[in-house]
Design a protein around this ligand. Structure first.
Ligand code: 5GP
Ligand code: ZN
Length: 102
């Protein structure tokens, strides 16, 4: 089981910024901005490159969660980033959306 699956299933305790039936959000352990959150579907999809057509909704919701967090935390602007594949800078092979703000 990968690290994000372990956190999502509460096998590894972690402080969650947000959780619902299908997603978790956590603060990055090595933040690259003042605000650096990881938006993660509980479903194990390795990367954007591995998503199937049926995963469209699962991935799409990540952007709506980002929007909601931006509103709720009153963050005026932010960056959203997927790293895709080892060559694209992806270290954890469980898809996640980086939410970064200064
Ligand atoms: P990637 O490089 O795969 O796009 O991003 C993985 C991110 O996950 C990195 O920014 C890294 O700091 C973060 N990370 C790795 N392991 C953990 C962990 O156990 N807990 C948290 N909160 N973040 C992690
Ligand atoms: Zn996983």
């Amino acid at each position: 089981m990968c690290i994000f699956c372990s956190i999502a299933s509460h096998k590894i305790p972690s402080t969650l910024v947000y959780e619902d039936e299908k997603y978790i959000v956590l603060n990055d352990i090595h933040p690259k901005s003042r605000i650096h959150m990881l938006l993660i579907p509980k479903k194990h999809i390795e990367s954007i490159s591995h998503m199937s057509n049926e995963d469209q909704e699962t991935i799409g919701w990540l952007f709506l969660i980002a929007r909601n967090l931006g509103h709720e935390m009153q963050i005026p602007g932010y960056r959203l980033q997927f790293n895709v594949g080892k060559e694209g800078g992806q270290e954890v092979m469980h898809v996640h959306l980086h939410f970064l703000a200064d």
